[in-house]
Design a protein around this ligand. Structure first.
Ligand SMILES: Nc1ncnc2c1ncn2[C@@H]1O[C@H](COP(=O)(O)OP(=O)(O)OP(=O)(O)O)[C@@H](O)[C@H]1O
Ligand SMILES: [Mg+2]
Length: 436
């Protein structure tokens, strides 16, 4: 080979090397571009599903993906729970793979190292590779991503793996922030609810204190007036005009008595008579008394009551008073008829009530007139009523509120004008009698 030919060959080799280098630089810039795009997209405050979508796109841009599953650590059980999977029908196969990896110890090895790993698959056969990407921050492990790539392990480059590591780290940080934000939001909500309950309880207590003395003073003379009206009405020689006037007087004094008795319930605060209450029986009993009225007002009642509800400790009479109040409010909200759905179920997890006890959730959902946003914050206030012509005193819900509170429970409402109202009562199943 002549000297010129040797130099030519050498130059060709150099050009080839330069081209390869140039290609590598191009690929690197491309990956950096992907990473910065990923950061831009994921930086916006979002929920876990949104983060997962962006993360999945990022993974797909870096490597060929057949199946991809996101497992997150459950805060209560500390187990890895499958939160998202793509495609959606591959959930069970992903779980099986993780279970196997846990059993053979591979899983904990990956979690402890906090580094991605290529591992042989137990479930997915053929020339496929599993990539496990731990999602962790300095303080804790949030979860793990399982990626099934339809290529052999040797075809996965170090660059791709590095890029996946960076994506996983970015994703972990954003997820951690989102989870913390979510927890803070929930705690804030619980605090706000507790605060609203304290304000409501204080309102009831001050009404009680104010009216205690006055109520007794009113009832005594009122009884005398009513007695005399009765006596006059017994007189057969009365003209019809006279007896009409007396009738009006009797109705109005009955109304005063009703208001004052309502007030006394606040002030007296009669101690609840605590005993075992079977909620199913209680609902059935109250409903049986209401059935006729419901039929008369064309109200269809739909019952969805769990037959195996646990008993609670409470005051049967006071609780039935609450149910009556809710029934009569629903009736008044549906003057042209409608549907009232009454449901009751037991549940073990509740953030409506403080503490961890089991509880019973009772719901009254009507298709009535609804309550406007302006009024919904006032309906538990004593003497707040929108019922005209003296049809309401405005004590039903405030009394109910107090009763449910005495039982360690909560009552809340959601409503839409012209669509209906939904009352939810939560009552703890195990209740300390000292609460009452
Ligand atoms: N299911 C409901 N649908 C629409 N509005 C309701 C419903 N329940 C209660 N309200 C509204 O809340 C107000 C307060 O209810 P609450 O039971 O305390 O008093 P009331 O029914 O007016 O009088 P009372 O119960 O003392 O006879 C009612 O006047 C009504 O406007
Ligand atoms: Mg009422």
């Amino acid at each position: 080979m002549s000297e010129i030919e040797t130099k030519l060959k050498l130059s060709e080799k150099r050009i080839d090397l330069l081209q390869k280098g140039y290609q590598a630089v191009l690929e690197f810039t491309d990956k950096m571009e992907q990473l910065s795009q990923f950061q831009d997209k994921i930086d916006i405050p979002s929920n876990i599903s949104q983060i997962w979508k962006v993360f999945l796109d990022g993974i797909r841009n870096s490597i060929k993906v057949e199946v991809c599953g996101l497992f997150l650590v459950d805060e209560n059980t500390h187990e890895f729970v499958l939160k998202n999977v793509s495609p959606e029908d591959k959930g069970s196969i992903c779980r099986k793979e993780i279970e196997f990896q846990i059993e053979c110890g591979m899983f904990s090895w990956i979690i402890n190292r906090r580094q991605p790993a290529l591992i042989p698959s137990f479930v997915f056969k053929d020339k496929k590779t599993i990539i496990m990407l731990p999602l962790s921050t300095v303080k804790r492990t949030l979860g793990v991503v399982l990626v099934l790539a339809p290529i052999e392990e040797s075809s996965i480059t170090q660059e791709s793996l590095k890029l996946l590591t960076m994506l996983a780290k970015q994703c972990s940080l954003v997820m951690e922030n989102t989870l913390l934000y979510e927890r803070l939001r929930k705690e804030h909500e619980t605090l706000q609810k507790a605060q609203a309950q304290i304000v409501q309880a204080e309102k009831l207590a001050s009404i009680g204190r104010l009216t205690a003395g006055a109520s007794h003073e009113i009832l005594n003379p009122l009884n005398i007036i009513s007695g005399h009206i009765q006596l006059l009405l017994m007189n057969k020689d009365l003209s019809s005009r006279f007896s009409r006037h007396l009738d009006i007087m009797r109705n109005q004094s009955d109304r005063i008595a009703k208001i004052v008795k309502g007030l006394l319930q606040f002030s007296h605060h009669s101690k609840p008579r605590i005993g075992e209450v079977k909620i199913n029986d209680l609902i059935e009993r109250v409903l049986s008394m209401f059935e006729h009225e419901a039929r008369f007002h064309s109200i269809e009642i739909i019952k969805e009551i769990d037959p195996n509800l646990p008993s609670i400790m409470g005051d049967d009479e006071k609780l039935s008073q609450v149910l009556f109040n809710l029934l009569s409010n629903a009736r008044d909200a549906m003057p042209k008829g409608g549907t009232l759905r009454i449901s009751a179920k037991a549940s073990a997890n509740n953030d409506q009530l403080s503490g961890e006890s089991d509880f019973i959730e009772i719901r009254f959902q009507d298709t009535g007139c609804g309550i406007s946003e302006e009024n919904i914050g006032k309906i538990f206030d004593p003497f707040f009523t929108l019922k005209e012509d003296g049809n309401g005193i405005g004590l039903g819900l405030s009394l109910s509120y107090g009763i449910i509170q005495e039982h360690g429970g909560t009552i809340s409402v959601e409503s839409k004008v012209n669509e209906g109202t939904n009352f939810a009562i939560y009552l703890p199943v195990i209740q300390n009698s000292s609460n009452s």
